[in-house]
Write a protein that binds this ligand. Structure first.
Ligand SMILES: Nc1ncnc2c1ncn2[C@@H]1O[C@H](COP(=O)(O)OP(=O)(O)OP(=O)(O)O)[C@@H](O)[C@H]1O
Ligand SMILES: [Mg+2]
Length: 340
């Protein structure tokens, strides 16, 4: 059925309150979107549909202990443990990284695009990645790039909440999230993976940490090949060796060097035509930026652009980026970071 017909049907059944046919028409649109390379849109629609249906199932009075009651409790708990479910439009060109990281990520993506080929030769698919390195250097961004390039839904797990809120239930909660994610063929993104190390601090029960690590190892082993886990941490040393060893790929995201600083400046300015007032100062600024993360460089530059724009009296011509102002913001940022 053409897309216009599907939309007409959705409007008609929606207005007529005909839920059964409305759902069929929506499923038709999801299928159509998948076939026409609008996968992110299809996933978003699917999520919306599932959430509404779940909400309907969970509304109204239910008896304590009944299957509906348990399902409602489970959905509520999942809500606390999952921060977000999202799709992403980020692509490789958004990420600045070393040639080595780019290379590894490219192969990783290729593996997932060629799952069938690998299966034909009985070859395993890599699906567990660990990103580590300092804050603001692209770990979360790289996870978004994978989700965007592979057009997969991403479930962002709140590991801190899982570990701290219900000790003793960490293993059970993790297992539940993995099970659901596996059935939805998505990417599980576990940020702050080092929070697992805290089980040791919180728990009086010394066996707890071992149990949690064992659960994760098992979950990793049974993770279906079309699903994937991305874990990120700033403190890789806090994570049990037995766990880090299980990742198929471990990538370090480092602070940018001079060439990468130049690249992030270009990327930050690429969608507007702002120029620097004293371009000759750029090499000195790049030296000044050393030691800062991509995030800090981008943040101070954007602030400078905005303030240069406000300071401009003649609104008709384009403002020039005030390099002196940027240098002062960079120094301020460095000082603030030193105090932390
Ligand atoms: N390598 C990079 N390439 C391009 N932009 C980057 C890069 N690293 C960081 N940024 C910019 O900084 C923002 C924050 O980066 P991101 O969230 O990926 O950092 P992170 O490594 O996950 O930090 P944290 O450890 O604090 O979670 C990004 O959304 C992006 O705008
Ligand atoms: Mg992050």
């Amino acid at each position: 059925m053409p897309q216009t017909e599907l939309i007409k049907n959705i409007a008609k059944f929606g207005l007529e309150n005909d839920q059964e046919n409305l759902l069929k028409a929506l499923e038709g649109l999801i299928e159509y979107s998948k076939q026409h390379k609008k996968v992110n849109f299809a996933i978003q629609l699917q999520l919306l549909l599932r959430d509404v249906i779940r909400q309907q199932d969970n509304s109204g009075l239910v008896k304590v202990g009944s299957p509906q009651y348990l399902a409602r409790e489970e959905a509520r708990e999942d809500g606390e443990l999952i921060i977000d479910k999202l799709t992403s439009d980020y692509k490789f060109e958004n990420l600045v990284c070393s040639a080595d990281v780019k290379n590894e990520l490219t192969y990783f993506i290729e593996e997932h695009r060629s799952i069938q080929l690998l299966r034909n030769y009985d070859l395993p698919v890599s699906n567990k990645v660990l990103f580590h390195g300092p804050s603001g250097c692209g770990k979360t961004l790289a996870a978004y790039v994978l989700a965007g390039e592979l057009e997969k839904m991403m479930v962002v797990v709140n590991l801190g909440a899982i570990v701290s809120s219900k000790l003793g239930e960490t293993s059970k909660n993790l297992a539940r999230i993995f099970k659901r994610a596996a059935s939805e063929e998505c990417i599980i993104f576990i940020d702050e993976f080092d929070s697992l190390g805290k089980v040791r601090d919180y728990s009086q029960d010394h066996g707890e940490m071992k149990r949690v690590v064992n659960t994760i190892l098992q979950l990793f082993d049974y993770l279906p090949q079309h699903s994937m886990v991305i874990a990120a941490t700033n403190h890789v040393k806090m994570i049990d060796d037995a766990l880090t060893r299980r990742f198929d790929l471990k990538l370090t995201f480092e602070l940018p060097d001079a060439a990468h600083i130049k690249e992030i400046i270009q990327k930050t300015l690429q969608h507007n035509q702002f120029k620097f007032d004293f371009p000759k100062k750029l090499p000195a600024i790049i030296t000044e930026c050393k030691g800062l993360s991509y995030y800090s460089i981008q943040k101070t530059l954007i602030t400078t652009v905005k303030r240069s724009l406000f300071a401009k009296k003649n609104k008709k011509t384009l403002p020039k980026i005030d390099t002196e102002l940027w240098i002062s913001l960079i120094r301020k940022e460095k000082k603030a970071l030193l105090k932390k």
